[in-house]
Design a protein. Structure first.
Ligand SMILES: Nc1nc2c(c(=O)[nH]1)N[C@H]1C(S)=C(S)[C@@H](COP(=O)(O)O)O[C@H]1N2
Ligand SMILES: [Mo]
Length: 291
């Protein structure tokens, strides 16, 4: 039997620890190489701990590491979502109604407008499933998503840092796109509170702020909805917010991003890698004006 000398063992262990610290192991483990549906890029998942410890969720805190602690006492049961507005069949679905629908699993990169990204394996349902169930009228042009207003549990809502409740919106064709999902889980677990439990939107070709957490209402409408970030700082956060490396944020470039766990920046992909799937929706739109 061959015995590994102690110092070799020790060195290897130190090397391994270092690699784990910088996330390099996670990016080469072959079992973690997964191809997103319709996406030709190989994606290695961000470690679950990073996805759960580093969160934007302004209702709780603007400190990313504090969110997981502050969201802990947020109560998410019972929960229901209403689908209303320009629909023939308005619905109120409980969380268990939603969990009974046909689910999908999707590995998507999440690109924050701040310049970092993570690769997260989601579980959820396609949004178009429940929009079809509500029977959207032909007059419908947009969908508005309303988050939760509960300042007694979401302490940061006592500060007027954003118009509350957190509100987002999509054009109807974007909402009906098969890549657009409502997530109820990630990494084979129930969605954690800091990630938007019990149910949040995920729109993979748009900046992360479009993917609103803890949704209570989905309102189909004729008018373009007013959205929280756009109302707060219209010159920096547009309605479309498609990931676009060639349109800079007024205060920083969007051409590259830091994948959490990696050391070097990587180039940002147009539409976050989903150009083939979604660019047809924007043929008649100036993407510099409609940022
Ligand atoms: N309700 C709500 N949803 C939200 C936010 C928020 O502050 N409140 N932040 C957004 C931003 S800026 C990002 S980048 C993502 C982060 O999602 P994650 O914490 O699951 O990675 O959530 C988005 N959804
Ligand atoms: Mo973000």
């Amino acid at each position: 039997m061959q015995v590994t000398p102690w110092n070799t063992y020790q060195n290897r262990r130190e090397f391994l620890n270092k690699m784990i610290k910088i996330g390099a192991i996670a990016s080469i483990a072959p079992s973690q190489l997964i191809i997103a549906k319709n996406n030709r890029h190989f994606l290695s998942q961000t470690p679950i701990k990073s996805a759960q410890n580093y969160n934007n969720y302004y209702e709780f805190s603007t400190n990313k590491e504090a969110v997981m602690h502050l969201a802990n006492s947020f109560s998410i049961s019972p929960w229901s979502i209403s689908i209303e507005g320009e629909v023939k069949n308005p619905l109120t679905l409980s969380l268990s109604d939603i969990l009974d629908l046909e689910s999908v699993e999707r590995v998507y990169p999440l690109r924050c407008v701040e310049g970092w990204s993570m690769v997260i394996p989601w579980k959820g349902i396609e949004l178009r499933k429940i929009l079809n169930q509500a029977r959207v009228k032909t007059t419908a042009k947009y969908v508005k998503f309303v988050g939760t207003y509960r300042p007694e549990e979401m302490f940061n809502q006592r500060r007027k840092i954003l118009p509350w409740p957190y509100t987002e919106g999509l054009r109807i064709d974007e909402a009906m796109h098969p890549l657009t999902i409502l997530a109820t889980g990630m990494y084979d677990e129930t969605l954690s509170k800091q990630n938007g439990a019990p149910i949040r939107l995920v729109v993979p070709w748009k900046y992360g702020f479009k993917s609103i957490k803890a949704i209570q209402k989905i309102i189909v409408q004729k008018e373009k909805p007013k959205t929280s970030w756009n109302m707060q700082i219209p010159s920096e956060y547009g309605f479309y917010a498609n990931v676009n490396p060639s349109v800079a944020h007024p205060r920083w470039s969007q051409s590259r991003e830091v994948r959490i766990g990696e050391l070097r920046k990587r180039p940002t992909n147009p539409f976050n890698g989903f150009k083939n799937e979604v660019s047809h929706m924007y043929k008649n739109l100036d993407l510099e004006l409609n940022f």
